[in-house]
Every structure is written in C-alpha cells, then in structure tokens.
Design a protein around this ligand. Sequence first.
Ligand SMILES: Cc1ncc(COP(=O)(O)O)c(C=O)c1O
Length: 464
Amino acid sequence: MTRQIYRQLRERILDGRLKPGDRLPASRELAEELAVARKTVTNVYDLLLSEGFLESRVGSGTFVAAGISKRRNSTARAASPIVIPEPWERLSLRLAPSRQGLPFDFSLGVPDSSRFPFPLWRSLLASQARLLSQNASAYADPQGYGPLREAIAKYTAFTRAVVCDSNDVIVTNGAQQAFALIASVFASSATTVAVEHPGYDRARWLFESHGARIAEVPVDEEGLLVERLPRQAKVVYVTPSHQFPLGVRLSLPRRLALLEWAAKHGAVVIEDDYDSEFRFAARPLDSLQSLDRQGVVLYVGTFSKVLFPGVRIGFLVAPEPLRSALIAARQLTDRHGPLLVQAALARFVQEGHLARYIRKMRRIYAERREKLLHCLETDLAHSLELWPSVAGLHIAARVKRGLSGDEVAASAERAGVSVQSLGEHGIALGYGAIEPGQIDEGIRRLRQSIDRAEVGFCGKVNGR
Ligand SMILES: Cc1ncc(COP(=O)(O)O)c(C=O)c1O
C-alpha cells in the first residue's frame, strides 16, 4: 500500500495534476479516505518530503514543493535519449524472466530443496550471526571466509580429487560470479572464447557481454571435440563431468588432449563442475583439474545444486599464478561476499551435514531418475534416443521422428509439461523439481504431445 500510494502521488505531482503549492489532505483524512493505517500515509509523506516532492509548513500542513516542474509527457515517459549498447539490448531480452509453473515440471537446473534441513540451517545462521557481530566493522577477506575455504578444499579434494588447499580457493557468489571474474581477467573484445555446442548459455552470454568472439565447438558422445578447437582461443569453457545439456562426460583421451592443447596455446580451461555430486552409476572420472600439470585449469564448483540456488555460494580453484588477478577482480566487483552465509556454510560442511544431505538427496534423485528412465524407455523408446549420462539432475534425448526439440517442447507445454528444447539436439528433462508420483503422467502427456506434433509435422511435409 505504501508503494502504491507513493507512486500515485508522485505521478500526480510529476504530471502536473498536483501543482506546486497545492495542499495535501491531512494524513488522518487521507488514511480514512483510502481505508489504510495513518502510519502508511505518514510514511508516504515522509518519503516524498525527503525526496523534495513535498514540503511541510509548520502549523499549516503539507504542500507540493515549489519549483517542481511538470514532466513534458504527462503519462508515458518520453523515448529515452540513451541507447543501450549492444549486446545488452539483446541479452536483456534473452534473460527476461520466463514463464513457469506448468503442472508437470521437468525444468533443468532446479534442485528439490523441500528436504533441506532448514531448521538446522537457521540455527547455524543464528549462532554465526552472534559471532560475526563481535567483529563487524572491517571488510573481510576478498578471497572468502577462511574456514569455508578450508572446508571447500577438503570437500572437493575428497569428492572430486581436486588438488588444492584453502589458499587455492576463492569463494564466489555462485558459479556465475566465478565465470564473471574469469571473464573480467581473461576475456576482452580481442579474445576468442571456445564454448561447447550445445552448451550453457549463461556462460556463453557472459563472455559475449565482454565483447569476446565466441567459437562454438561441437560435442559428441565423448564430450567436446578437442581437435575442433580454434587455435586462437584463449579461454575454453567445458562441463567435463556432465556436459550441459547433453549429459555425456568428457572421455579420458579427450581430457588429456584438451590439457595438452591448452598448455600449447596458452589458453585457460574453465571446468564447470556444477552437479556431479549426484552420480548414479560407475564412479565418475575425477575432475579434469586433477590431471592438470601445467596450471591451465580453473575449477568452478557451486552449492546451487547440492543445497539450493538462493544460497548463492560457489567457488573457484585457481592455480597460483592466476589467482591474484582473480582476487583483484573480486575486490573490484563487490569486495567480498556476505560473511554470514559463508560462516554458516563452513559449519554445515565441517560438521558433516553436507555429506549427509548429499547422500540423502542422491537416493531421492536416484529413485526419480530410475522412474524417469523406465518411463522413457517403455513409453517413448520409438520417439526418443537417450544421450548416455551417469550423473546430474537431468537426462537429454534426441528426437527421432524428424521433429525438432522446439516443436516437441512447444507441444508439451500446451499439454502442461515443461521440458527444455535443445533445438536440433533434441530435448532435456530435469528430475530435480518433479515428484516421482507425477513422472508417469508427465511422460504419458509428453508422448501424446509428441504424437500430436508428429501429426502436424507430417501434415506440413505432405503439404496439407
Ligand atoms: C551448466 C551450469 N553451470 C553452473 C550452474 C550454476 O550456476 P550458479 O552457481 O551461478 O547458480 C548451472 C545452473 O543451472 C548450470 O546449469
């Protein structure tokens, strides 16, 4: 209510319906008229007074301030004289919030946070808030809270064989900020950045936003086709454990070839290891970083999938010579992340809650994954061919019957099913957001929508 009343009054002052010197009703009167608390109105008046739209004259009331000139165009804003530079015009359209909320939700990148131990998390936050309030007046370490770096180093060394200690770790606000720091140091308009195709758009767009030239490198069942890397690339972005979005893993020969290529060409390799904690078959290959003898790999991890995206904590493990530039970039971006969440997370990891939670969620996701695979294999084997994958929270599939991923996703959406189109590469289905009880029906509807899309497709082909 405060915002609404504030906006309306402000708008009336700006478009001249309320003129300089006009008296506003007493706060009690206006509150009565609008059926709101008097405090709401006094808050609005205070805000407009502090911004100079109103002035108060002791003993006589509140008035529209003298000297406020009417805006030229009364209701709509005039076309802005400011031109948004490319590529931001285009990126802002692509990153506009998308619609959501379909009943059968196979969206990608969404973990199930309903089983997260929030009461425990709240008590860790509360106890850390008490500790931090004793030392709140200084800026903290831009590299991240020491005990959290320590905990992350132990955890990634153990789970992903990442070779590091706490000095190698930089805590970031999610993986995306790790990419942003890397981009600010290594990508400019003179840089070629190689990305997987198909790949993770948010990393690609980030490099585009720095003006870098993007080289798309194709992916097959063994991951990135290393021999297709352009020699001028100075940054290579890969998802070796669970290729995004196809789900394949980078084979050992290709890993070795990639490292050799990067060392030869003086290129950094970003290893985005975003969801490999959830693995369901054979033990996955250790991280690419664990094979790196030349110091070319920047390993990026995130807590967005293992905990929940809103925790906004990720990390970067960087070899020594590259680290200080990345820490400097962090200082110039936002100095450092908020300490409270870092401190609570450090305790969460140190006390073994993270490992326990991952074990629990792995069982839950394994059940959904099995169910989904079963349904896909029984109901949709004639339409979809699955990409091989053993980890993560989604499965990708080629569409066999001449249909594109876009056609299938659009038809599924009309049936209340959300799946991700991968264009000519097919579709992907996440199982983080969907309850097992909904999988059968979701896949049944998907099958029907593929059948319907096919009828439309055949109609087009036959010229009907
Ligand atoms: C390929 C990939 N990398 C990284 C992330 C995680 O990003 P963040 O840690 O910024 O939430 C995601 C999330 O969807 C992803 O799909």
